[in-house]
Design a protein around this ligand. Sequence first.
Ligand code: PLP
Length: 393
Amino acid sequence: MDIKLNSNFNSIKETYLFSDIARKVRDYKEQNPEAELIRMGIGDVTLPLPAPCVDALVKAGKEMGVKETFRGYPPEYGYDFLRGAIAFHYRKLGADIADSEVFVSDGAKSDLGNLPDILGDNPIIIPDPVYPVYVDSNLMAGRRISYVKGDKDNGFLPEPPRDETAEASVIYICSPNNPTGAVYTREGLTRWVDFALKTGSLIIFDSAYEAFISDDLPHTIYEIEGSKECAVEVSSFSKFAGFTGTRCGWTIVPDQLTAGGVKLSKLWSRRQATKFNGVSYPVQRAAEASLTDEGLKALKANIDYYKNNARLMSDLLRSKGLFFTGGTNSPYIWLKCPDDMGGWEFFDLMLTRFGIVGTPGEGFGEAGKGYFRLTAFGSAEDTEEAIRRLRDL
Ligand code: PLP
C-alpha cells in the first residue's frame, strides 16, 4: 500500500511491561510448578457486581425483550435518568453540577483517549509517574508533553510549574493517583486550579478512584473554587462499582468552560454525537442502580473489602520502615524498593523469594524507577498469605 500512516505512532514507546511480567511469571511457574503465586499486580477488580446493579441489569435486559419497553439507539450523551443520578451524586459531594453537564460514556479510558480530538496543539503537562493513557493518547495526536515529577519529597503529588507566565496548557491530574495512590489535599488542588486560571490552561481531572477516599480529601475537582472555569472531570463506574467488564463512565464538561468564545461542551457533544453511539440501556440502568442508597451501600462493602487489604499491607510495610504512598484512600500501594534496588530487581526478588507478583514502577514513567506497585484488588486470603510470607522481608 502507498497510503500514509499516522507517524505519531512511531513516538509511542512499545510497552512490554505486562507481557514481560507475564513471561517472567510463566518461566518461573515452569521451573517451580509447585509455587503458589499471589498476584498483586492487577489493576482490575475481583469482587462481583453489587446485587442492586445485577437486578437492574436483568430487569432492563428483560425490558429489551418486550415490544413495549424495547429501546434502540441510546442517546449519545446518556439517558436522562443516569445523567441526573450522576449530577445528584456530585451535588451530594458538594459540587454544583447540572444534568446537562454530564456526558455518559463506555468508560474513562475512552474519554481520556478521545478528549484530544477537541483540543488543538497545546503544550501538555503530565505528572510522572502516571496512568500511561494520558501520555500515549497525546503522543498519538503529535502533542508536546512536559512532565512534572513526583518523588519522595513531594509525596508523589507534583506541584504546578513555578512559571505563571507559562503558555496555556492542557494539564492532567489523577487523584487518587494510579499508580502511586497519593491524593491531593484541597490546598494542593487549589494551587493547580489557580495555576490553570492564571495561565488560561485546561485541567483534565481523573477521579476514577474517588470512591476509595475516606479521609477529608477532595473527591472531585469541583470542590475547588474556580474549577468550573478551567476543568473537565473524567470518571468511571469501573472501580466505583466493579464495572470494569460492564463498561460505563462519564465526563463532566461545565457549561461555562469556554476557549476563544467557544463552549467546550459544544465541541464534546459534537465529537460524541459523531463518533460514539452511546452506552447500552441495561448497563446504564445498572450504573443508575449503583447510585441509589442500596447500591451505594453494596458497593461500599466491596470497596471496604479492598481497603482492608490495602490497610493490612500498609501496616506491614510501615513496620518494616519502608517508604510508601497510598494504601489509605486508594487501592494502590507505591513503595520504594529496599536497598536502592531497581523495580525489576525487586520484582524478581518478590517473585522468586516470596511468590508475590507486583508491578515495577518503571512501567509508569521515568520517575517510577526504583519503585514498585502493589494492588489491593486480590482476595483477603491472598493478602493475609502475602503478609505472612513478607514478614521476613
Ligand atoms: N483512569 C485511571 C487512573 C485508571 O487507572 C483506569 C483504569 O485502570 C481508568 C481511568 C480506566 O477506567 P475505565 O475502566 O472506566 O476505562
